[in-house]
Design a protein around this ligand. Structure first.
Ligand SMILES: NC(=O)c1ccc[n+]([C@@H]2O[C@H](COP(=O)([O-])OP(=O)(O)OC[C@H]3O[C@@H](n4cnc5c(N)ncnc54)[C@H](O)[C@@H]3O)[C@@H](O)[C@H]2O)c1
Ligand SMILES: O=c1ccn([C@@H]2O[C@H](COP(=O)(O)OP(=O)(O)O[C@H]3O[C@H](CO)[C@@H](O)[C@H](O)[C@H]3O)[C@@H](O)[C@H]2O)c(=O)[nH]1
Length: 465
């Protein structure tokens, strides 16, 4: 029986940090060390001021506060932590490739391979290696090959344990997961023991019935499939939102009506300006790429449509702003409320706001942005990353401010990009008074009450109504 005493997690990002903090909190007998090559990030995880953690998630400060220094450690000493551990989680980034074969579609496994080589080089006793990152199906095979061919006779067991937490509710999701999925090799004694060792870690707080074990390939593919299904629901309701706008139907009413069918269910039917986040697009493109590489054209085309629809949704929201503002936004001040890809996170990866802002900037709008958790530095980095215009131009054309009231002052239009709760309780009369007239308001999140806002005088547009 393998009893885990020492865990190392490579990658202290949005997944590695919160997941390991919760394992440490719930299993005080296990020493958990989270390592990263990014010194700034590790310093922030170690900051005495818990409001400065590098990942903003409701409740995370309390979890870190409880376990850090007791059995939870953040460090840049990667080799040492690997050498000490009996179980190593790999939780590094696996973004879409930006070069070479599979560019724009396949997952870039460069960082995963580097981890495998480092584990092989450093290890002197047998270890269980856990894939926590989201990976293409059959990656465990490549990991095994690297570990077994470059190591020094040490035995490795490889498990797949994809993470299903959603940002903004990470702590809640980790405390009470719908399921924990563990893929391993059930055909050998060592394989079975490794699976059991990881089951035992989660069993500290997750009911046994919620811990599923499968073979490695099913586990790897289930992660991509779950994200594809979730994103497909958003694209499906977004597709219908456009039809609602043409026909007088209301997408919220349609969503409610279909969601009460227990076979469909009510969740993930909220029409929006388009899904964002670091996962949906990347994982579906990866699924499309894998299907293509097996020659499954119809399967690939089917899933690609989810992305095509999402791009369309972001673009048509931006086009509608320009069209409504008399076909020109040149020199007009547009206030964007929200930049994060959803509420309760400071993560902006693939946020719809980035693409809408870029479109408006191409039309020479003067864009003013306010988000309660995203810094100016991050917003500028997101726009610079697109490479549409020079860094200097981005700095000339946008400004980032500290309140929604400053953002909307003398604006021609306001666009709600993220569903932050605080936007609901803003003094919309005050905002109306301070805006240029007609005061246009574009609700990309169905956050505000249409009749109320119209009665205040706004020219109000909301997705899907
Ligand atoms: N963000 C989410 O909500 C989420 C949820 C489920 C799964 N995932 C998956 O989890 C993985 C990690 O995602 P993330 O959002 O935490 O990424 P992230 O970019 O926030 O964090 C990854 C970290 O790994 C570090 N790293 C990379 N190579 C390293 C190396 N060789 N040694 C040490 N550190 C290294 C990076 O410096 C970075 O801090 C991805 O595969 C992602 O698809 C993400
Ligand atoms: O009805 C909905 C639900 C979501 N969204 C948008 O979809 C995106 C993704 O939202 P969500 O799935 O809640 O957040 P993520 O943190 O991206 O989580 C997804 O991606 C993670 C990374 O793989 C998985 O672990 C999670 O299970 C999966 O939900 C966001 O822009 C949301 O605003 C909608 O527009 N309408």
């Amino acid at each position: 029986m393998t009893k885990i005493k020492n865990i190392c997690c490579i990658g202290a990002g949005y997944v590695g940090g919160p997941t390991m903090a919760v394992i440490a909190q719930k299993a005080p007998g296990i020493k958990v060390t989270v390592v990263d090559i990014n010194e700034k990030r590790i310093a922030a995880w170690n900051d005495a001021d818990l409001s400065k953690l590098p990942v903003y998630e409701p409740g995370l400060d309390a979890v870190v506060g409880e376990a850090r220094g007791r059995n939870l450690f953040f460090s840049t000493q990667v080799d040492e932590a690997i050498a000490e551990a009996d179980m190593i989680f790999i939780s590094v980034n696996t973004p879409t490739k930006t070069y070479g074969v599979g560019k724009g579609m396949a997952a870039d496994l460069k960082w995963i391979e580097l981890c495998a080589r480092q584990i092989a080089r450093v290890s002197t006793n047998d270890k269980i290696v856990v894939e926590k990152s989201t990976l293409p199906v059959r990656t465990a095979e490549a990991l095994k090959s690297i570990l077994e061919n470059t190591g020094n006779g040490v035995k490795f067991q490889i498990l797949s344990n994809p993470e299903f937490l959603a940002e903004g509710t990470a702590v809640e999701d980790l405390h009470a997961p719908d399921r924990v999925l563990i893929g391993g090799d059930p055909d050998t004694e060592e394989g079975k023991a490794a699976i059991q060792a990881l089951v035992d870690v989660y069993a500290h707080w997750v009911p046994k019935a919620n811990i599923l074990t499968t073979n490695v390939w099913s586990s790897e593919l289930s992660k991509l499939t779950a994200n594809a299904f979730l994103a497909q629901r958003v694209s499906s309701i977004n597709a219908l939102s456009e039809l609602c706008e043409k026909t007088g139907a209301d997408v919220n009413e349609v969503a409610k009506a279909i969601g009460q069918d227990s076979r469909i269910g009510p969740k993930f039917l909220k029409a929006s300006v388009g899904f964002g986040g670091s996962c949906f697009q990347k994982d579906i493109l990866n699924l499309v790429y894998i299907a293509q590489s097996f020659g499954l054209k119809e399967v690939a085309d089917y899933w690609e449509q989810v992305i095509i629809m999402n791009d369309h949704q972001k673009r048509r929201f931006a086009e509608n702003i320009v069209r409504t503002l008399y076909n020109t936004v040149s020199g007009k001040k547009i206030a964007m409320l929200g930049w994060a890809f959803k509420k309760d996170t400071n993560d902006t990866r693939e946020s719809a706001a980035i693409y809408v802002a870029d479109y408006l900037l191409n039309e020479r709008a003067e864009v003013v942005i306010y988000d309660p958790k995203v810094s100016e530095e991050q917003i500028l980095a997101d726009l610079d990353y697109l490479g549409t215009r020079s860094e200097e131009e981005n700095r000339q054309l946008i400004s980032v401010v500290n309140t929604a009231y400053v953002a909307t002052e003398e604006a021609h239009a306001v666009a709600i990009m993220t569903e932050w709760d605080e936007f609901i309780s803003l003094d919309w009369d005050r905002i109306y008074e301070a805006m240029l007239k007609p005061a246009f308001l574009f609700d990309g999140r169905r956050l505000l009450d249409k009749e109320q806002l119209k009665s205040k005088g706004f020219e109000f547009y909301a997705i899907g109504s």
